[in-house]
Write a protein that binds this ligand. Structure first.
Ligand code: 13P
Length: 198
């Protein structure tokens, strides 16, 4: 994530479903120093936040747990603070249907969830709302979150979302984008249904 420009320092966190548990990156640990043994394990059904591991789990464990337990289609969640997505969230703006890639996130836009303090149940609830029928959202004055059936799909979406945010911001510097229609986005979604190498 750091190498790809998605993250810096200790910002962001990643979780992966593992049966009835989730594996999640440790809190307050620079990515450069993180190794596999640092990853924490938590029970998805445990609302109290019990965990095992050498380090405490990410402060955003509620958000990850609520997504993985509420959205069974997802097996991985990537949260980051990439520059372009985060700049939009400072303006409290989502991303409209300015490019067909919006369709890969499940609909006609990528919403921006409301603001709440990081790590809180309130933030988790706002993110879940913005993620309704979507696989990604922005988070006000904070960053973005992208989900997928597995880690590679979640990472692909995270990378594409940041590219889309950058394209949208570049476009706004010139003028107003022409938005795609509901039908055009639905057609792009249909194309994505069979978009795979084999
Ligand atoms: P953690 O270091 O606890 O994962 O938190 C980083 C972050 O980005 C909080 O939103």
């Amino acid at each position: 994530m750091n190498a790809g420009g998605l993250n810096q320092g200790m910002s962001g966190n990643i979780s992966v479903r593992c049966g009835t548990r989730m594996l999640i990156t440790p809190t307050a640990t620079p990515y450069d120093e993180m190794t596999a043994v640092d990853v924490a394990s938590m029970t998805l059904g445990d609302t109290a936040g019990g965990w095992t591991g050498p380090k405490r789990p990410s402060s955003e464990w509620r958000m990850h747990r609520d997504i993985l337990s509420g959205r069974p289609e997802f097996g991985a969640v990537v949260h980051a603070h990439p520059i372009s997505c985060t700049a939009l969230t400072m303006m409290r703006r989502g991303i409209p249907a300015c490019h067909y890639m919006v369709a890969t996130f499940g609909g006609e836009d990528v919403r921006c969830a409301g603001y709440a303090t990081f790590g809180t149940a309130e933030l988790s609830a706002k993110v879940l709302l913005a993620l309704q029928d979507r696989s990604a959202c922005l988070i006000a004055n904070h960053g973005m979150i992208a989900c997928g059936r597995d880690l590679s799909q979640a990472m692909w979406r995270a990378t594409e979302l940041e590219a889309l945010a950058r394209q949208y911001i570049t476009c706004l510097a010139v003028g107003r984008p022409t938005l795609l229609s509901t039908v055009e986005i639905a057609e792009a979604q249909h194309q994505f249904d069979t978009y795979r190498p084999v």
